[in-house]
Ligand binder design. Sequence first.
Ligand code: ZN
Length: 317
Amino acid sequence: MLLCSQDAGISCTVSIPVVYHPLYSAPLPSSHRFPMAKFRLLQQLLLSRDLIREHQIHQPLSVSRRDLERIHRRDYHQAFSSDQLTRPEQRRIGLPATKPLVQRTWLAVGGTLLTTRLALQHGLASHLAGGTHHAHPGFGSGFCIFNDCAVAARVLLDEGDVKQLMLVDLDVHQGDGSAACFADEPRVFTLSVHAASNFPLRKVSSDVDIPLADGTSDEDYLQTIGDRLPELLDTIQPGLVIYNAGVDPHRDDRLGRLSLTDQGLLMRDHLVLDACLRRNIPVATVIGGGYDELSPLVMRHALIVRAALEQARLHGL
Ligand SMILES: [Zn+2]
């Protein structure tokens, strides 16, 4: 992708693939608290700021049933897709199984899989969706229906594209679904840094969990990640990192509880990407959670793409 780096104030040419589908923002009732329009608005913002160009966006296909079933049980995905989940199962997800919602759910998993493949080819790729980390093999939870990162990781392992992966999950909520998917899989290392007192109430242990106190600010947050992530990368030596860059650790987030600023989130994204790229570890990014008014929220989700473009330039991708 061509980019004039606004952050650095210098003109440059950087190439990273971005994955998006126009059907990601499925219609929801206007009263619904999930900000479904954010995917479309994020893509529009990036285009309008000239950070990405239309013809360079990769459009995914829906994940195949075969690939989805590497993680998810058939009875679950069939019940969800035909709107046959029980009321409690549906309530636990918190999203209605309308046709457009079902369609975007299958597409978004395909999108993360495509992003990981592009990351392996190019060193870095960004999905303008994804990170539904509360989805377990047999049930969904907390706005998460299918676990896109888990499906992508399993496909890459099964097809021999990588021998070892790491999920770096910095969404403010603990990555319980991903941890459950890979509890017995040493080839997928799960790291979750999250607000200790936040959803989900019952955590599932990741390989490394770093629970943080309410109100944790930029400095402590960045130091915690800076202290742990580099040594973990050196020890695990993953062939790919899938990075959940959720922006809900932000201090204004409705579901957050931490106190990061925009600048703190941007520095976090730079820290993660730089730590990986300087070790020649490819990174696929997904946007994860974020809950606020659409305008500031979409600006926050754009930070990971800004960081990715700048890091691609710095590392000569
Ligand atoms: Zn979250």
